[in-house]
Write a protein that binds this ligand. Sequence first.
Ligand SMILES: Cc1cc2nc3c(=O)[nH]c(=O)nc-3n(C[C@H](O)[C@H](O)[C@H](O)COP(=O)(O)OP(=O)(O)OC[C@H]3O[C@@H](n4cnc5c(N)ncnc54)[C@H](O)[C@@H]3O)c2cc1C
Length: 402
Amino acid sequence: MSSAYYLNQEGWDVTVIDKTDLSDNCSYGNLGMIVPSHFVPLAAPGMIAQGIKWMFNSRSPFYVKPSLNMDLISWGLKFVKSATQENVDKSAIPLRDINLLSKALYEELSVQPGFAFSMEKKGIMMYFKTEKVAEEEIHLAEKARSMGLDVEALNKQQAQALETEVQLDVLGAVHYRCDAHLYPNQLIPQLIAALKNKGVQFKTNCSVEKIIKEGNKIKSVITNNGVFEKDMVVMAAGSWLPQLTKMAGVPVPLMPGKGYSFTLTEPARKLNIPSILCEARVAITPMNGYMRYGGTMEIAPVNNKINIKRVEGIVQSVPKYFPNIQLQMPQEKDIWYGFRPCTPDGVPYIGFAKKVDNLLIAGGHAMSGLSLGPATGKLIAEMASGRQTSMDVTAFNPERFS
Ligand SMILES: Cc1cc2nc3c(=O)[nH]c(=O)nc-3n(C[C@H](O)[C@H](O)[C@H](O)COP(=O)(O)OP(=O)(O)OC[C@H]3O[C@@H](n4cnc5c(N)ncnc54)[C@H](O)[C@@H]3O)c2cc1C
């Protein structure tokens, strides 16, 4: 949607093709956090050891489903190779910059007619309960400050002073004041409505099945509901991206990272500031008067089974940090899940395919796809028009694993 928005703004005549009716996808039930704070990619030192420990706990926040699936094995090997300090160091600035660009674009978008998506700039809190995590988070906060981000480490009393309704049982917190949040269930329909207003065509329930190339160009996009011949193709298919790029002969390694959320529309207690419970890897966002709880990362091929134990893991971790929030297990019908499109190095794919002149790739944003939407769309539109991009896009090269 973001690519369509900025392409339309650049004067392109845009058609959005989607296999669903666009009433639900990963961009709806997420936690709505806009996160310059997330400059450390998922593939970081320590992730492998931690991941292996978590794999033996069915309620743990991170899980790679053991399988002989070749895509998973190949992705896993690349992930292990990427989980280095070098990857963290070279990704930090591009991830910070694209998040800051996106936040600025959200601020612009939030005052446009037709948009009211409850954007708030209160930052996010990283709560910790153990000395070990306190040390890691405070170290990270110092790094963030040295990178120019507005961040402060707080003791328990200072953190409690920012939350009036919710009692804290934590050692302390880091407050990333540079972050923001919004209500994705307002944003996405408003983007769709704005695009329709501007004349963007929508072909929904229309699945891309085949790509026909002529020389170095895509000639036609074949769907179950028509054939499309266009000057430029942008593939932005979330966790299904590799299936689409493969049709054009461009391999991009990517695995779905399934996560869950549930939203209380009448919460007994509300947080003031969105929060991440560090040890539990659970996120909580007050949005539009509601409270949304979410987390867990199951790396496995797309499947529509709800793993109730993972949701229990979320529910049970909350009172450990906030004793006066006692949650009931949500009913299965109220549990939302989505598939985060995860690249092996935790950095998105944004850019032209090397050998297909009219193919742009926009995906692989993992746990930051809501945050990075507008910046990705803007960069895609600038590249499509052959203009200077708003930031250096080298780190996002979609074919860096080829
Ligand atoms: C629990 C959870 C919490 C999260 N919290 C946050 C957060 O706080 N902040 C943040 O920034 N991010 C968050 N995320 C991540 C974020 O939601 C994703 O990164 C983002 O939604 C991905 O967007 P996308 O447009 O790439 O993919 P999607 O939203 O999944 O869209 C991909 C689209 O491609 C279409 N498609 C696929 N195949 C085809 C085909 N063959 N033909 C036509 N169409 C096709 C699909 O129908 C779909 O509509 C969270 C994710 C989860 C699961």
